[in-house]
Write a protein that binds this ligand. Structure first.
Ligand code: AP5
Length: 232
């Protein structure tokens, strides 16, 4: 299965990606995470990307296209993958089409997680993540069991992303509406048929997850994926 998780900053793409990755045993490719790893490693790409990310701007198309092109050729993507945060512009979507054509692959679904802007700011400014394993929490909506401590790896000291301050979030939302939202139309008019599965992203993460499974025609299985147990 090859899925794009589409939605504005804070829609819950990363939160749902963890569940879908485990359920379908597919690779999770987050351009945000891949870029943050470059920033942390201090590479020249990371230095250029980090400055743009800190302002809430998109990094150049060729940079993320190069990262994804390299990544989808790895063995763990052979059984399918989930793209989180890519594509984000029409040129990126066209580049993805070329990559897929080259490998005789196709997309199955573009899951569009829909959340009103007012809720997004609250979600993002309350987000905390584990610097050790990357698990994501929310101080109000998905708090860790022990304050400031990761449920998954017990690391102490959860971190707020540099681009999660209110001012930067507004810039990211503005970029989403201007540059990324048109992709929904692009994938709605995809040949031979629309790939867009719109899902209400409000309510609890478990409810959103169930709606996603329903939208992509998967069984809403009784078993609870391990990631959900950890987060609940
Ligand atoms: P990226 O890391 O991709 O950020 P984003 O798309 O802005 O998305 P977020 O990670 O902020 O949100 P999310 O939808 O994953 O939400 P989450 O699950 O964490 O990109 C960062 C930057 O990198 C970009 O601004 C850009 O500069 C650059 N970049 C990346 N890709 C690029 C590309 N393709 N082209 C160019 N530049 C690129 O949830 C958010 C919070 O809400 C969490 O605290 C979570 O616990 C909570 N939450 C989740 N679900 C719920 C729920 N149902 N109810 C209540 N709270 C919830």
């Amino acid at each position: 299965m090859r899925i794009i998780l589409f939605g504005p900053p804070g829609a819950g793409k990363g939160t749902q990606a963890v569940r879908l990755r485990e359920r379908f045993q597919i690779a999770h490719l987050s351009t945000g995470d891949l870029l943050r790893a470059e920033v942390a490693a201090g590479t020249s790409l990371g230095k250029e990307a980090g400055a743009l990310m800190a302002q809430g701007s998109l990094v150049p198309d060729e940079m993320v296209v190069g990262i994804i092109e390299h990544r989808i050729e790895k063995d763990d993507c052979k059984g399918g993958f989930l793209l989180d945060g890519f594509p984000r512009t029409i040129p990126q979507a066209k580049a993805l089409d070329s990559m897929l054509d080259k490998h005789a692959l196709s997309l199955d679904h573009v899951v569009s997680i829909e959340v009103p802007d007012e809720a997004l700011l609250e979600r993002i400014t309350g987000r905390r993540s584990c610097p050790n394993c990357g698990a994501v929490f929310h101080i109000q909506f998905m708090p860790p069991k022990v304050e400031d401590t990761c449920d998954a790896c017990a690391h102490q000291g959860l971190h707020q992303r540099d681009d999660d301050k209110a001012e930067t979030v507004r810039a990211r939302l503005e970029k989403f509406h201007r540059e990324t939202a048109p992709l929904k139309d692009f994938y709605s008019h995809y040949e031979p048929e629309s790939l867009v599965r719109s899902v209400d992203g409000t309510g609890k993460p478990d409810a959103v997850y169930a709606r996603i499974l329903d939208a992509i025609g998967a069984d809403v299985a009784d078993e609870t994926p391990p990631a959900m147990k950890a987060a609940n």
